[in-house]
Structures are given as structure tokens and as C-alpha cells.
Design a protein around this ligand. Structure first.
Ligand code: IPE
Ligand code: IPE
Ligand code: MG
Length: 241
């Protein structure tokens, strides 16, 4: 059984964009101000990614557990996501970026679900970068749903299971998983897909994160030796052929 190997110039980078609330608190601002600043960081990172060899960028914007937050913060986040889609769409299309949103849609405010569908449709031809934004996403739920969708008697093989997950926009092996904000945990993000991901935890709070931080993380990633349980990269690649 093989792992998906990304070519070095089409990496899959996933980011847990954490630290907006603390960024705002440090400035004596309300938490939504941090989320607003976080949206600007998303733009910087999306624009830096293709030049750095990123083919797929998956961003964790709102977890299924984030519904536990106060209603006004949730409403501010949903409003910002909607604004992001509306204001960035033309720019995404111009930059050859294909947008896809992962996660549940049935609990989102109506307008947001419509904007997502429109943004996905308008950007399908983007070929420079696959941008996936995870909204109301839980990796455990994605896995449980994939299992529930399996109708055959025998349990799915790994590659079949990957395809089941892929139907929901997931299933693609992550090369590099970055978490900003200093916490060292996954918080239910891409659990199956990160089986062999290189992990990078940075203290920078998300609103301060820029293209240079992404470049640093990728440079560090490129110095690591990935073994996938074997003895070195080269041997794995040969075995996989
Ligand atoms: C990440 O920042 C954004 C979301 C989870 C939506 P936080 O809001 O979690 O910021 P901190 O962790 O409280 O600083
Ligand atoms: C993870 O951050 C979710 C997102 C970044 C969208 P959280 O701030 O929600 O995670 P925990 O609660 O610290 O684990
Ligand atoms: Mg947080």
C-alpha cells in the first residue's frame, strides 16, 4: 500500500489558522477584530502559496466545535467568511485559484451557503492553486460519514476509503501541516490525511502570519527527510512504483 506522493512543486499544505482571539486581546480589541485581521492574513498566504510550490492549500476556518462559541462571535465569523468570498472571488479567479469548501453546509446561514456554491462554480477553471477552506468541518465526522457511505459487505481498502473521503473534499494526503498561535494539537483537522504529514507549530498569531512565515515553514519542510516507515525517501518512491 502506498501513500500519495506529491511532486515537490505541488505540495499539499494545510494550515490551522489559530490565534485571532489572542491577537485582538493583546490590543484590547474585541475578538471579531482579530478575525478580521485574520482574513487579511488569508489573502497574503493564498497569494504567496503558488510561488512556493504549493499545489493545494487547505485552511481551517471554522471547526464544527466552534459552534460552542458565543453567538455574536459565531455571527461575526460567518459574516467575515461571506465577505471574504464576495470580495475575493474576482481576485481568486484572476489568480487562477480554484476554491472548494469542505465541511457541512446545512448549518450555515443561507446566504453563506449560496456564496460558497457560487464561488466554487466561478473558480472551477483555476489551475494554479487548489484552495480548500474548511468551514463547519470535523475530521472525525468526515471519517464517520465516509464509513456510513460504504454499502458493500467487505470493509473498504485504503485506496477505496481515500476515494470515499475525497467525495467530501477530503482524503488527500497532507505534506505539511502548519498551526499558528502556539498550540500543539490538531483540533479535529485532517486526521486521516495527516498520517505522514510533517508538522510545523509556530508561535506567530494568525493575523501576523505572512508569506514569509509560509516560506520559512516550507523551507524547513524541504530539509526534512520523509521516510514513510521505510529507510529513506528514494527507497519509498521505488517501492511505490
Ligand atoms: C482561530 O482563532 C480562528 C477560529 C478558531 C475561528 P481563535 O479565535 O481560536 O483565536 P484564539 O485561539 O482564541 O487566540
Ligand atoms: C481550531 O482552533 C479551529 C480553527 C482554527 C478554525 P481552535 O481555537 O478552535 O482549537 P482549540 O479549541 O484551541 O483546540
Ligand atoms: Mg484558538
Amino acid at each position: 500500500v502506498t501513500n500519495e506522493i506529491s511532486s515537490p512543486d505541488r505540495l499539499h499544505v494545510a494550515i490551522i489558522m489559530d490565534g485571532n482571539g489572542r491577537w485582538a486581546a493583546h490590543r484590547g480589541l474585541p475578538r471579531p477584530a482579530g478575525h478580521r485581521a485574520g482574513a487579511a492574513a488569508v489573502r497574503r498566504v493564498v497569494e504567496a502559496a503558488p510561488e512556493l510550490g504549493v499545489g493545494t492549500l487547505t485552511l481551517f476556518a471554522f471547526s464544527s466545535d466552534n459552534w460552542r462559541r458565543p453567538g455574536d462571535e459565531v455571527a461575526a465569523l460567518m459574516g467575515l467568511l461571506r465577505r471574504y468570498l464576495r470580495t475575493e472571488l474576482a481576485r481568486l479567479v484572476d489568480n487562477g485559484i480554484r476554491l472548494m469548501v469542505m465541511g457541512r453546509r446545512d448549518r450555515l446561514p443561507d446566504g453563506l451557503a449560496d456564496d460558497i456554491a457560487e464561488a466554487e462554480q466561478c473558480s472551477t477553471r483555476g489551475a494554479r492553486l487548489d484552495l480548500r477552506i474548511a468551514i463547519d468541518y470535523s475530521s472525525r465526522d468526515a471519517i464517520a460519514n465516509a464509513v456510513a457511505g460504504w454499502r458493500h459487505g467487505t470493509p473498504p481498502q485504503r485506496d477505496e476509503f481515500r476515494r470515499l473521503l475525497a467525495g467530501r473534499g477530503a482524503g488527500h494526503d497532507v505534506d505539511l501541516l502548519i498551526r499558528s498561535g502556539g498550540e500543539k494539537r490538531l483540533s479535529d483537522f485532517l486526521l486521516w490525511e495527516s498520517a505522514y504529514a510533517e508538522l510545523c507549530f509556530v508561535d506567530v498569531l494568525w493575523p501576523d502570519f505572512g508569506g514569509d512565515d509560509l516560506a520559512t515553514a516550507i523551507a524547513d519542510f524541504r530539509r526534512r527527510e520523509r521516510r514513510f516507515g521505510g529507510l529513506c525517501d528514494v527507497e519509498h518512491l521505488t517501492a511505490a512504483e
